[in-house]
Design a protein around this ligand. Sequence first.
Ligand code: ADP
Ligand code: MG
Length: 728
Amino acid sequence: MATKRQKAYQDVLHREPKHVEYDGKLSDLFGQNVFHVDVMREYLPSETYKYMMESIQNGSQLDRKNADQVASAMKDWSISKGATHYTHWFQPLTGATAEKHDAFLKPIGPGKAIERFDGDMLVQQEPDASSFPNGGIRNTFEARGYTAWDPSSPAFVIGKTLCIPTIFLSYTGESLDYKMPLLRALNAVDIAASDVCQYFDKNVTKVIATLGWEQEYFLIDQALFNARPDLMLTGRALFGHAPAKGQQLEDHYFGSIPERVNAFMREFEIESLKLGIPVTTRHNEVAPNQFECAPIFEECNLANDHNLLLMDVMEKTARKHNFRVLLHEKPFAGVNGSGKHNNWSLSTNTGVNLLAPGKNPKSNLQFLTFFVNTIKAIHDNADLLRAAIASAGNDHRLGANEAPPAIISAFIGSQLSGLLDDLEVNVKAGKMTPEAKTELKLNIGKIPQILLDNTDRNRTSPFAFTGNKFEFRAVGSSANCGSAMIVLNTIMAKQLKDFKKTVDARIEKGDGKDEAILKELQVLIKQSKKIRFEGNGYGEEWVREAEKRGLSNFKDTPRALQVWHDKKIAQLFEEMGVLLPRELEARREIEFENYVLKIQIESRLMGDIIQNYFIPAAVEYQNKLILNVQGLISVLGDKSGREASKAQLTLIERISLHINKMKSSSDAMLEQRKLANKMEDTEHKAFAYCDNVKSHFDEIRYHADKLELLVDDELWPLPKFRELLFTR
Ligand code: ADP
Ligand code: MG
C-alpha cells in the first residue's frame, strides 16, 4: 500500500496551471472594490463629503448625522458590489487579522426585512473578544472589547462582505491591537517632523511616514503540505534532511517563474489590485519555491493594512491553485528563510521626500537633518527595534547568514560615511568663519552627486540607507509591520522633538539657524557613531566588533523582549502619546504568551511525529533488515551469513541508536515541558520554553533526519524537502 506521501506526490504530478480569464487592462481593476475618495464624492452629500475628507486628514470623529450618511453610502455602494454582510476588520495582537460578520438584514415585521447599516454600526462594534489576547487588561467577566472605525483607511469589499478597517480596544479604552498605537506614532512623527521642517519651509503643515514592504513567501503544493502535520500546524518543517541539491546553484533567483506559480500570482495580483493594493513587482527568491511580491510604497497605516490584506488574499488564492503559502520566517532549515523588508521614509504635504537629497544646499541640509536624526534614533533605541521584530519564527532567521544578524546597526554607504566624518571634524565650536561656512555648504551641495554614485549596496545590514529611504530588513515575513513601524516612528518623533528643542536653544543663544543645525548634527554624528557599520554583517568578526562597541546581540525572543522592562521605554512611549504603561505591560505579556504557545505547539508536535510517524517507519524497515539477516544466516550458515550481512547489521544498530537517542531526548523535553507548564509567570515560562524545551529540538531533529537518510525511501512517511521544494 502506498504511503500518504506517495499518494500526495501522485496528485502533484497531475496538476495543471489554472489561468484566470481576464484580458483587460490592470489599471481598470485598480481600486474597484474600495470605497475610495471618488466613490465617496459620488455617493455622499457634499457637506458630508467635506467632513469625511477632514476626518481622513486629521483623524477627527464624524458626528452622528454624518456617520449615518457615510454608513448609508457604504451600504448602497457595497450592495452594488454584491455585499450582503459587513464586518469590522481589525488587527489583534495574535498577528493575523480578525473579523466578525453581521448581515445588513433587519426584520421589520412578519415576513418582511430591509437592508440596514447605520452610523452606530459603522463607528463601533462589539465582537465577542474574549478569545483575543489581552495581556491581563480584560478579565474574562468583562470580556467585551470593542472595535472602532479608522476613517483614514478606506473600507473595501471582499467576496460578499463590506470590510471596515478598525482599531481594537478594551472596554476601558486601552489598545489591544497594532493599529491604534501605529496611528498614534504616526501622529507623533507628523507633529515632530513638521516642526523641524519649519527651519526649511514654512509651507510644510503635515508629514507622513511612508512604507514600502517586500513580502517573501514559499509556495508548496497543497497535497504535499497536507501530508506534513508540521507544516499544517506550525507553518514550518520541524524535521527534514536538506536535499542533495539545495540553493547552492542559486539558479532559482530571477529565473523564469514556473507556469503554475505564474497563474497563481496573476490571480492574487488581480484580486489585490481590485482592493487598491498597488502590487507591481514579483520575482523568484533565492531559495527554491521561494518568491517575493512588492507594491509601490504608500502612507504607512494604509501600507500596513494592505500588507495584511495581501497576506490574506495570497492564502485564499493559493488554495484555489492547489498551493499553500508559507509565510513563516524559516520553513526549511538549510535554505534561506523569508523576511519582509520595510522601506521607510518621511514625506511632506509639499511633496518632498525628507530622506532624498534635494537640488540646492538648503534642501540638502534638510535631508542631512532627517538623515542624521534617523541614525541617532536608531543608535539610542537599537534594543527597542530588536524587540519590535522579535518572534519565535524570526529567531531562526536572524543571524543565520542569510538574514541580518540580531545585532542592530545602520549602513549608509561609503560616500555618506565620508561626509558625516567630514562634518564631525570640520564643524567648529564657537562662531564659524564665513570661509568655513562656504566650504560646508559646498560639501553639502555635493550630496546629490555623491548619492548618484552610491551604488555600494550592503545586503547584510539590518537597517540600510538605499538612496532615498531606509530599509529595515530584519522584519519577519509573517509579522504585522505595525510592530516595527510603531517603534520606528515613535523613536523618530522623540529624536526630532529633542533636536528641535536643542537647535532652538542654540538659536536663542545667538547662533544662525544653519549654524545651529550643523553644530547639533555634529553632536548627533559623534554620539551615534557606534551604530554605523559598513562591513559584512554576516561575519563572525562583526559579532566580536559589535561586542567591543557595546552593541547588544539578543539571540532569542525572551531576551530581546527584556528591554520592555526598561523604565525609559515606558517614559518614551508615554511622552510620545503612543502607549500608556498599562498598555505596554499588556503587550509585553502577550508577546511572551505568543512565544510560549508557538514553542509549546512545536514541542508537542515533535513528540507526536517521532512517536507516530518516524519510529513505526524505522522499526518496519529494521524488521525487514532483520528478516534479511536471519535469511542469510539460515542459507549461508552463521559465520558466512553474518559476514554477508555486515552492512545490514550496521544499519540495524544505527537505526536502534538513532531511535533511542531521539526518543530519550524527546522524553527529556517532555519532562521540561511539564515543569514549564506549571509556572504561573508567563515571562518565566517563556524563558523555560526557550532554554529548557526548545533546547532539545536540534538533538531530536538530528536523529530524526539521520533516520530519514537510513530508512527505505518507500517507507518514509513525510514528504521530503526535495519534493516540497522542487515540485510545482
Ligand atoms: P530592493 O530592495 O528589492 O532592491 P527597491 O530598492 O527597488 O527594491 O525598493 C523596494 C521598495 O522600496 C519598493 O517597495 C518601493 O515601493 C519602496 N520605496 C521606494 N521609495 C520609498 C519611500 N520614499 N518610502 C518608502 N518606501 C519606498
Ligand atoms: Mg529590499
